[in-house]
Design a protein around this ligand. Structure first.
Ligand SMILES: [Fe+2]
Ligand SMILES: [Fe+2]
Length: 208
């Protein structure tokens, strides 16, 4: 049983117990515990890169947004079928002290849960999820497998290619940008830049 006290050592002593939230390192521990696939770990990190870039832009709580992004698919390997993911993962996160706000955001990234996306965090997570996956896929087919070779026009072009990265839902990318209220090309450029800034950790730096 993870209690608030066992998490407290990650925080400065001056922070009162009731104010302790999960930090990025703790979220990473949970992610790595449940997710063994390198690709899925990288997906979590890619979504985190995009979501936290938006946190800085929108004045969101960067750590909270990072935790949400890192954990949004944490249960995919143990719950490979919908709607088990993310519905059955949610109580596991609650047990580990993940806040209700974050758990709600995670539930809202899947349309079928019926949890509407209301907060800025929820809209941002949805807008970045499929797009981050798609930008990764586009990077992989570039000569140096690098995200530095990707830009908005090349992403838009690949979005029209139905045979390419078929598992990525194009409509979710369009809907996500619209719900967030951002221009699609600007959104793509913003996420590409966010992933370039973390290219090394994402394994997308290129250089053969
Ligand atoms: Fe998911
Ligand atoms: Fe995802």
């Amino acid at each position: 049983m993870i209690s608030i006290f066992s998490r407290a050592h990650h925080r400065p002593a001056s922070v009162p117990f009731y104010d302790v939230g999960m930090n990025r390192e703790e979220a990473l521990e949970i992610l790595y515990e449940f997710t063994k696939s390198e690709g899925l770990r990288k997906h979590a990190l890619a979504v985190e890169a995009c979501v936290t870039a938006y946190a800085r832009k929108a004045g969101g709580d960067e750590e909270q947004w990072a935790v949400t992004a890192l954990l949004h698919d944490f249960d995919w390997e143990i719950h490979p079928t919908l709607p088990d993911h993310p519905v059955k993962g949610e109580p596991l996160l609650a047990e580990r002290g993940v806040s209700a706000e974050i758990r709600r955001a995670i539930l809202s990234h899947a349309n079928f849960t019926g949890v509407p996306r209301l907060s800025q965090l929820e809209k941002t997570l949805f807008a970045c999820d499929e797009l981050a996956g798609f930008i990764t896929a586009v990077s992989y087919v570039k000569p140096h497998r690098s995200v530095f070779e990707v830009d908005a026009p090349s992403v838009r072009k690949k979005m029209k290619d139905k045979a390419f990265a078929r598992s990525v839902n194009r409509q979710d990318i369009l809907d996500g940008a619209q719900e967030l209220g951002v221009n699609l090309d600007e959104h793509i450029s913003f996420c590409v830049k966010a992933m370039q800034d973390r290219a090394e950790a994402l394994g997308l730096k290129g250089g053969l």
